[in-house]
Write a protein that binds this ligand. Structure first.
Ligand SMILES: [Zn+2]
Length: 230
């Protein structure tokens, strides 16, 4: 979006940071927001008061880092005071960064400062879930992505294809990887329907998985998940 001269101190970039600063002030008034002097990025840090129920609020210290690629690249959120121990089950990485989305599947859009505000609200809900996690004795409340890149992408592929047997998944996977099939051929999933009226659109929407670094691990991860679900 900012082209190859992203590092220059552009007016539009500073305007966007100013807008985000006021968006953040509305949602987390105790956080402080700094724009880096060279205009390349920004940093926000401080406490957010999280409603933990029964009229109690608990301050959680976080850091938000807006790197050079922002807003094309989302900001990163960190457990600033290292309140929690890094743990896959609570979506907290070893560098104390919160794991908030699966890249390319539900990466937040940040074209406007309102969308940044929506992301902050998502983070506030995520922080509240950290307390629920403890109340549940170490179980993440609600839906989440499985650990490790291949497992999460396998989960996404299974949900998108909507298949529940490993045979169907294995039969469709080569098409995801780019193998071609005539639209009127019967769908490899075994439904008996023509490919074009069955899985073609879903397969096409997953084509980008073939470019993932560890994509060859996806079928085994999918098989594992289908076995666990059975
Ligand atoms: Zn099918």
């Amino acid at each position: 979006m900012f082209g190859r001269f992203a590092h220059t101190l552009t007016r539009s970039r500073l305007t966007r940071f100013e807008e985000d600063r006021s968006t953040l002030a509305g949602l987390a008034p105790r956080m402080r927001h700094y724009i880096w002097a060279d205009g390349r990025g920004a940093l926000a840090e401080g406490p957010i008061d999280i409603d933990i129920g029964a009229g109690c609020f608990e301050p959680v210290e976080i850091t938000i880092v807006f790197d050079e690629g922002y807003p094309r690249v989302p900001p990163r959120f960190f457990d600033r005071a290292r309140r929690w121990r890094p743990d896959d089950d609570r979506h907290l990485m070893d560098n104390h960064e919160f794991c908030l989305w699966l890249a390319r599947v539900d990466t937040p859009k940040l074209d406007t400062s309102e969308q940044f505000g929506e992301l902050v609200l998502r983070v506030i809900a995520f922080l509240r879930d950290q307390f629920v996690f403890d109340d549940l004795g170490g179980r993440w409340p609600g839906r989440d992505w499985l650990h490790g890149g291949s497992a999460a992408y396998a989960q996404h592929a299974l949900e998108t294809l909507g298949v529940s047997s490993n045979e169907s998944f294995r039969a469709l996977w080569p098409l995801v990887l780019g193998q071609r099939l005539h639209a009127n051929a019967s769908c490899p999933c075994g439904s008996g329907l023509p490919y074009t009226r069955c899985h073609r659109a879903e397969v096409n929407s997953l084509r980008w998985l073939a470019r993932l670094r560890k994509c060859e691990r996806i079928p085994a991860a999918a098989e594992h998940q289908l076995r666990d679900a059975a």
